[in-house]
Design a binder for this molecule. Structure first.
Ligand code: P6P
Length: 327
């Protein structure tokens, strides 16, 4: 150690905090923390690693699956989103840390057994963008955590934590507890999420706009004028993966704007307020960006009426969102 201290010997391996280190350190920010929240986050982390291993092998599972009913993981060959949903429900309910979970895939909440002392409610989409699985496009898991005392229907500004895991060219775990946004990349060699994107901040401005323009004829006049304006501006570029986690993650990293607005066929939009809009609105604000819901209000202030209610959603760089709002 003397040699390292004197700078005579380069340390062999630069220490990089893992997600677990960060979660434990965050616990110090919560004086009342009992470690139960840390346990909950660790369960979500472990589930993400298992889902990542299945997503990475999904093409193979089909081939291997054809040799019989089981796959390399020894389980019944299931659709990946069914598998991911069952894994998250079973893991969270049996963790003893949740009072209830609400999954995009299940109409009703799933309550933990009476004897469980779980303090938290977790809303999640186990595998968002699953229509992209067969095309090798990035897909993701989204989670949003509330304390149970506020009940199942709380505004997004009561979230205790929110985040997503993106299964793309690398697997990243991105979350906020309300003290900024941190991104961790899975190192498959050691099976740990390592801090790769500390304190993510959305760039003030960005060239990318992300919207499904196929619906343009159904948009309201102001949105049509906005898109026309962007098309006349040379700098704007359209990027739309059709996977919220991928489009939102690009917006966090490169800046720009993502829009899933209401249209004549989807008057409330398509995205779920509690499961997709609120977690990303929380993350966007924590990363210094701007998020809008219906009529330009902050989605985090909406008092939900139903666990699966829909909401239009716009998120991104402050300048880009302000320009949209000016239309
Ligand atoms: P559309 C995926 O099905 C999803 O819920 C989001 O991930 C994505 O942003 C949106 O739907 C895409 O919807 O109507 O463009 O296919």
């Amino acid at each position: 150690m003397f040699l390292i201290r004197e700078g005579l010997l380069k340390p062999m391996y630069k220490y990089v905090p893992t997600l677990t280190d960060y979660i434990l350190r965050e616990q110090e920010n919560f004086p009342r923390a009992t470690g139960r929240f840390t346990m909950l986050m660790t369960q979500i982390e472990n589930s993400a690693k298992i889902i990542a291993s299945h997503v990475k092998a999904s093409g193979l599972v089909d081939i291997i699956g054809k040799t019989g009913n089981t796959n390399t993981f020894g389980e019944e060959v299931q659709k990946l989103d069914e598998f991911s949903n069952k894994l998250l429900v079973d893991t969270l309910i049996s963790s003893g840390e949740v009072y209830a979970v609400v999954s995009e895939e299940i109409p009703d909440p799933v309550f933990a057994p009476k004897e469980s002392k779980g303090e938290y409610i977790v809303y999640f989409d186990p595998l968002d963008g699953s229509s992209n699985i067969d095309t090798n496009c990035p897909i993701g898991t989204i989670f949003s955590i509330y304390h149970k005392d506020g009940g199942l229907l709380q505004p997004g500004n009561k979230q205790v934590a929110a985040g997503y895991i993106i299964y793309g060219s690398s697997v990243m775990f991105v979350y906020t507890f309300g003290h900024g946004v941190n991104g961790f990349t899975l190192d498959p060699a050691i099976g740990s999420f390592l801090l790769s994107h500390p304190d993510i901040k959305i760039p003030e401005d960005g060239v990318y706009y992300s919207i499904n323009q196929a619906y343009e004829a159904l948009f309201d006049e102001s949105t049509k004028k906005y898109l026309e304006h962007l098309r006349t501006e040379a700098k704007s570029k359209l990027r739309f993966v059709g996977s919220l986690v991928a489009d939102a993650h690009r917006t966090f990293i490169k800046g720009g704007i993502f829009l899933y607005v209401a249209d004549k066929k989807q008057p409330e939009g398509k995205l779920r307020l509690m499961i997709e809009v609120n977690p990303f609105a929380f993350l966007t604000e924590q990363a210094g960006g701007k998020a809008l819901g219906a009529k330009g209000i902050n989605p985090l202030d909406i008092m939900p009426k139903h666990i699966h209610q829909l909401s239009p959603f716009v998120m991104g760089s402050k300048k880009n969102v302000e320009l949209f709002r000016s239309f």
